[in-house]
Design a protein around this ligand. Structure first.
Ligand SMILES: C[S@@+](CC[C@H](N)C(=O)[O-])C[C@H]1O[C@@H](n2cnc3c(N)ncnc32)[C@H](O)[C@@H]1O
Length: 284
């Protein structure tokens, strides 16, 4: 198996997500509309309560940190960490406009956290852990900084076949370029999709009361154009692949993506199935 260059992965992640940060701000309402249910799941599964101290790993533009801050209230605190400073600039702007004052956003790499041991009531994370070069190391860090009996709750993407929302562009891309199957340990959208994968790591590092559940939903779009435009703007992992196409191939690929998305039309909207794996665990 080829060696994974952790520093290279982290640098690519930082650049990719910094580049798409303005698009995440532009499409924020759509993100909120389509994926807010995942935030509520994580907040509930981590049993967040008033007054708690919460860490969000890979919070991007503030999901689910901003909702967590509202739940823990003025006597609680939330710290959102992310590699990409530009994503955090958007998160801070959103906190300000929502009037949420008990949240702080800092740049950090999830695998090397400078956070005190036993200091958080809960650690939450949405759609970040599968991009880490060393998930085991990050989970050890999470276990270290949780208080005893503290909760960990994370959402990662389930498998591609259950996620047309993400699979459609990959299927179309495969018709134009060879996409080698990802190495088992290679970070990517579906790295933690398998049942038991993240839960197994949680178990091996000594967390308890582990649950691993697949939650299905649908992402509604006004049109295939809206789906395509938001995807092309925001999906950092896909952009580098699309850049390998010639401009005529790109046009053709975009028409094919719209045609495939249109297959999920109900009435005047498009509803793309999504499947999310939610893993919850507790420090002994
Ligand atoms: C798909 S975005 C999710 C952002 C947010 N949690 C959400 O659900 O909207 C993935 C985020 O993980 C962050 N990320 C990737 N690798 C990271 C690492 N090693 N440490 C911290 N954050 C990381 C990226 O910068 C990016 O903001």
């Amino acid at each position: 198996m080829p060696q994974i260059d952790a520093n290279q992965i982290i640098e690519t992640q930082r650049q990719d997500w910094n580049r798409v940060a303005p698009a995440w701000e532009k499409w924020d309402q759509l993100l909120e509309r389509n994926l807010a249910f995942v935030n509520y799941r994580l907040i509930g599964d981590a049993r967040l309560r008033f007054g708690q101290n919460v860490l969000d790993i890979g919070c991007g533009t503030g999901y689910p940190a901003l909702l967590a801050a509202q739940v823990v209230g003025s006597t609680g605190k939330v710290l959102g960490l992310d590699l990409a400073e530009e994503m955090l600039v958007v998160a801070r702007r959103k906190a300000h406009s929502l009037g949420v004052a008990n949240v702080t956003f800092q740049t950090a790499d999830a695998t090397t956290l400078q956070v005190a041991t036993d200091s958080y009531d809960a650690v939450i994370s949405r759609f970040c852990l599968m991009f880490l070069p060393d998930i085991h190391k990050a989970m050890n860090e999470i276990a270290r900084l949780l208080k005893p009996k503290g909760y960990f709750a994370a959402a990662v993407w389930s498998s591609a076949d259950k996620n047309p929302f993400l699979r459609i562009p990959m299927d179309v891309l495969k018709r134009f370029i060879a996409l080698p199957p990802p190495e088992p340990e290679q970070p990517g959208l579906f790295r933690l999709a398998k049942p038991g994968e993240l839960a197994g790591i949680a178990e091996r590092i000594g967390l308890q009361d582990i649950t691993d559940e697949e939650v299905r939903g649908e992402a509604p779009f006004e049109s295939a154009d809206e789906y395509l435009a938001s995807l092309m703007d925001m999906a950092a992992p896909l952009q580098s692949l699309f850049n390998k196409l010639s401009s005529s191939q790109r046009d053709e690929a975009q028409s094919e993506i719209k045609r495939a998305a249109d297959g999920y039309r109900r009435g005047n909207k498009i509803f793309l199935p999504i499947a999310v794996r939610i893993v919850v665990a507790r420090k002994p």
